[in-house]
Design a protein around this ligand. Structure first.
Ligand SMILES: Cc1cc2nc3c(=O)[nH]c(=O)nc-3n(C[C@H](O)[C@H](O)[C@H](O)COP(=O)(O)OP(=O)(O)OC[C@H]3O[C@@H](n4cnc5c(N)ncnc54)[C@H](O)[C@@H]3O)c2cc1C
Length: 534
């Protein structure tokens, strides 16, 4: 039986996990970074457009805060937003000092990676620092259970899906940096392993989750037939013309004026395209009239120019676009240092919720992973250094590992887990995505329940990879349920949550956050008013 001991266990090899691991290591804790993917790679951080929104060059902290709260439609955790605004510049300057090359513009820093993975230089620099600082790491491991004892975290259980081996981790602190769940939806721009595992781990451990109804869709996803879905540089939406099959200008038709539209109006712009599609229209972006100056304005647009104009034939025809699931605003409820309410358990990055409220301002997620990854790492490291390993933890871990192993049965017949995931993706896309209403959400709940009761027990599990995929399906079902339940409860429209049956924003009743928590085997829902600031 393999039990690995460490002070701080970090789950997730994206930006939040790597920054947290470095911060915990810097203050002297022993750190182990565990990830389903190679450290830094195949993460949202790696695939990102590499853009940070931050106070610089005449764009003030006050403006950044105001835009963040405006995008969040008044239900962000203001304290977290203030920290983000105050600390992002410092975290980005540190990255530059470590060698990250980027371009500064008013209110923006963008690292200069190549298209399809513009965030690669950022991920690579952090991964290099992780190696150099002596943080231990284990890729190809899914952490599938947290172990707690008397309200404190004691470790976790994982499965190495390359070796087909179970592992127990004994640790004084754990940081959830699992990223989000964008790939739960049929159409998305996330890496395939972004299956909402952090939400499921936190829920089962007894944490509160918040704002799970708010899922962001990015409007500018290429949707050319037989070509990969691909995020085009957001500022191109303002430079080109967005039209439907009948030639109508979409931004004019839906009166979308807050610019850059694909940064500040992701919710209304995605909804507009989705509505056009429901009405039988296709939507295109026409880039043919862009001037040389337009292309030079934005580094990512510049980098994508040849691909869009030549390989996708954008120089001779408008290119089809359609929204893609992009980001989860909701997640584990945290304090300013990533604390979750369970002693020793922290969360950071897309796994955490509250900062963005009902919608995220473009460029705020990379700031979030750096600022709150750093804070969570520091807090977890300090906590772990002060603690002794919990008495009896090792025995508890052995017992839990034993029952975990018993659950890992193989099954040669049945439905492949990836096909079950496809069903979940289609259900969420159709009824739990951009345009919602009671009847669709209720049928999504039923469909998820059916998948849980009928498909999951009959899943085929022939290989270690399918064990991983089945675990991901379980997490996907739970995260899907969190989204759909919260969306059913919120009988209004706000930010990224649009209800066809309640199209108005209702500040009088609904300026609240929805919290979820496990009670017994049930999912408890609580509406909480915004805290008053003292
Ligand atoms: C195409 C795209 C472009 C984007 N562009 C921008 C941008 O320009 N600016 C911006 O601010 N934001 C952008 N975002 C959002 C931003 O990239 C992400 O929100 C952010 O990178 C998330 O970082 P993270 O560390 O929380 O998660 P990730 O970087 O996704 O890392 C999650 C890690 O957790 C691991 N993991 C998950 N579950 C488990 C488990 N159970 N066990 C072990 N390991 C696990 C994964 O393997 C992965 O290593 C973009 C997102 C996408 C998809």
């Amino acid at each position: 039986m393999e039990i690995i001991k460490t002070d701080v266990l970090v789950i997730g090899g994206g930006g939040a996990g790597m920054r947290a691991a470095l911060a915990a290591k810097e203050i002297g804790a022993e750190v182990l970074l565990v990830s389903k993917t190679p450290i830094g790679k195949s993460t949202c951080t790696y695939l990102s457009a590499g853009a940070f929104t931050l106070a610089t060059d005449g764009f003030s902290k006050e403006t950044h805060l105001q835009l963040t709260l405006q995008a969040g439609k008044g239900i962000n955790v203001r304290d977290l937003a203030e920290i983000l605004v105050n600390e992002t510049p410092e975290r980005v300057r540190e990255l530059e000092l470590s060698g990250l090359v980027g371009e500064w513009q008013k209110g923006r820093f963008r690292c200069l990676g190549k298209p399809t993975a513009a965030g690669a230089p950022l991920a690579n620099i952090l991964a290099e620092a992780v190696r150099k600082q002596g943080v231990s790491s284990m890729p190809w491991v899914i952490v599938s259970e947290l172990v707690t004892e008397s309200g404190k975290v004691a470790g976790a259980l994982g499965f190495d899906f390359r070796k087909g081996k179970t592992i127990a981790f004994l640790s004084k602190a754990v940081i959830l940096a699992n990223g989000g769940g964008g790939s739960l939806y049929a159409r998305h721009d996330n890496p395939v392993r972004a299956t909402g595992d952090g939400y499921a781990l936190a829920f089962h451990a007894g944490c509160s989750l918040r704002d799970m109804e708010f899922v962001q869709f990015i409007p500018v996803g290429l949707a050319e037939p037989n070509k990969p879905a691909y995020l085009i540089s957001p500022p191109l939406a303002d430079m080109g013309r967005v039209i439907n099959s009948s030639g109508e200008d979409i931004l004019e038709k839906y009166r979308i004026t807050e610019k850059p539209v694909a940064v500040r109006s992701r919710d209304s712009f995605s909804l507009a395209i989705f509505r056009e599609e429901m009405g039988g229209q296709e939507v295109f972006i026409d880039l043919r009239s862009l001037s040389e100056r337009d292309w030079l304005q934005d580094s990512l647009a510049r980098a994508q120019r040849e691909m869009l104009m030549k390989h996708f034939s954008g120089s001779v025809k408008p290119l089809r676009i359609s929204p893609m699931c992009h980001f989860f605003m909701g997640g584990v409820s945290i304090n300013q240092n990533g604390g979750t309410g369970i002693a020793g358990l922290y969360a950071a990055g897309e796994t955490a919720g509250g900062l963005h409220g009902a919608n995220r301002l473009g460029g705020n997620a990379l700031g979030e992973i750096m600022v709150f990854g750093y804070r969570a790492g520091k807090a977890a490291g300090a906590w772990a250094i002060e603690q002794d390993m919990l008495k009896g933890s090792q025995d508890l871990l052995k017992v839990r590992l034993d029952s975990f192993r018993k659950k890992l049965v193989t099954r040669t017949a049945g439905l492949a887990p990836r096909l079950i995931r496809k069903k979940i993706g289609e259900t969420l896309w159709r009824d739990g995505g951009i345009l919602r209403e009671k009847s669709g959400l209720s049928s999504a709940m039923e469909a998820l329940k059916r998948i849980q009761q009928e498909d999951l027990p009959r899943a085929r599990i022939e290989s270690p990879k399918e064990i991983l995929e089945k675990m991901e399906v379980e997490n996907a079902l739970l995260a899907g349920e969190m989204i759909v339940r919260s969306a059913l409860v919120r009988e209004e429209s706000r930010g990224a949550h649009f209800r066809r049956d309640f199209p108005k924003t209702d500040d009088e009743y609904w300026k609240v956050n929805i919290f979820l928590k496990k009670t017994g085997e049930a999912m408890d829902i609580e509406l909480r008013p915004l805290p008053t600031r003292g």
